[in-house]
Design a protein around this ligand. Sequence first.
Ligand SMILES: *[C@@H]1O[C@H](CO)[C@@H](O)[C@H](O)[C@H]1NC(C)=O
Ligand SMILES: *[C@@H]1O[C@H](CO)[C@@H](O)[C@H](O)[C@H]1NC(C)=O
Ligand SMILES: *[C@@H]1O[C@H](CO)[C@@H](O)[C@H](O)[C@H]1NC(C)=O
Ligand SMILES: *[C@@H]1O[C@H](CO)[C@@H](O)[C@H](O)[C@H]1NC(C)=O
Ligand SMILES: CC(=O)N[C@H]1CO[C@H](CO)[C@@H](O)[C@@H]1O
Ligand SMILES: [Cu+2]
Length: 385
Amino acid sequence: MRFWRAVTASLLGLAISSSAAVLPRCPAPVAAPALEEDASADTAGALRPSTVTPLLPWPTPSKSYCNARCTPIVRKSWRKLTNTEKSKYIAAVQCLAKKKSISGIPGAQNIFDDFQGTHSEQTPAIHWVGHFVLWHRYFVATYEYYLRNLCGYTGAQPYWDWEYDNASGLDMANWSIFSPTTGFGGNGPYQAGDNPFGIPDRTGGGCVPSGPFAFPKFTVNMGPGNSTGYNPHCLTRDFSRPLMKWGSQTNINWVWDTPDYGHFTRRLENVPDFTIPNIHGSGHFGVGGALGTIGDAFNSPGDPLFYLHHANLDRVFWQWQWQKKNLPRSLSEVSGPIIPFDYNNLSGGNVTASFQINIGKLAPNAPLSALLNTQDILCYTYEKP
Ligand SMILES: *[C@@H]1O[C@H](CO)[C@@H](O)[C@H](O)[C@H]1NC(C)=O
Ligand SMILES: *[C@@H]1O[C@H](CO)[C@@H](O)[C@H](O)[C@H]1NC(C)=O
Ligand SMILES: *[C@@H]1O[C@H](CO)[C@@H](O)[C@H](O)[C@H]1NC(C)=O
Ligand SMILES: *[C@@H]1O[C@H](CO)[C@@H](O)[C@H](O)[C@H]1NC(C)=O
Ligand SMILES: CC(=O)N[C@H]1CO[C@H](CO)[C@@H](O)[C@@H]1O
Ligand SMILES: [Cu+2]
């Protein structure tokens, strides 16, 4: 609570007070609101065949490891939200894109842009490093905080469990997440363009034509690439089915089958090679291809789907952490390089629990040790997909 008051203070440009926090007893998660009757319930989930069994069972976070200073909110799968819950989430994102920028990043017009610009500025320092998964955890949790505290959103950040959509057997164009009426809109029309990394079977590249994030209702204000100058343009998508298929239960199981944090996060990112699967790449390049916003390493948070994709990666991490056999180590240990790809620790050494990350002006700096447990300064948990 106190910590997030400091975030609010940073939001309002106030000085951050550092009074010592008293840890209350671990509160129970907020009960998920009763699902409204919803005739349009997701077909992808309903059609899920039991093909691949998750390697790890659903965990129950133990209260003895919980330092939460508040009552944890419960993140749910996008598929499981009612249409009303979906439209409230989307309305909150649209609201954030109307709130005046606070980051000082040149092209940022609004707070949605502040997140995109902050990611863009740090892109060279937060991928293929030991802090990758925790930096993105903090980033998404701060976005969730802003949606709730600036835009009146009362739910938690939903996650996109692409492994379920994959198991549905439906073509991705038919996945409910891409619905123009109850989702984020779909692919852009095909457009020829550069494909320097040889993304296979790219099928779009143009502007998302309909839905809540179609141009000019919604604009991506910076990029492409590392430029943070003002350059309003449409949200683009460029579906690549072969790369979207990386987001499967089989590949999650492979990431899960690791003994410690360092091996886990390394498998989560794997290598930047479009012939080798990695689940982080699935949502980015399966949806973003070569010309789509979410496939742009700098500006991927310019696509609102970024936050649902990263929430799912975070859920995969969370589920791995809370397995009994991984505790308590998984709530205290970090490793992996400070310098991207320095896995042999030749240039910069490994991150440690006291390693500080920052997300610019959006929230106070935080040590990795404070982010390992989602019920510490952060305050959320997950509902089973
Ligand atoms: C799901 O992933 C598997 C394994 O990559 C693939 O064979 C299958 O075609 C995918 N299904 C869909 C609907 O994308
Ligand atoms: C998927 O969507 C396409 C249009 O994008 C439609 O023609 C097709 O029938 C749909 N398939 C299923 C299985 O719903
Ligand atoms: C962006 O990338 C170009 C080319 O790699 C580089 O010269 C430039 O310094 C970068 N700009 C920023 C703001 O990082
Ligand atoms: C650095 O982190 C990597 C990845 O977790 C680990 O394998 C390695 O042992 C660590 N290096 C040292 C010297 O601790
Ligand atoms: C954590 C770790 O192993 N750090 C070492 C990485 O390598 C440098 C020298 O290159 C050492 O000083 C660090 O202790
Ligand atoms: Cu990133």
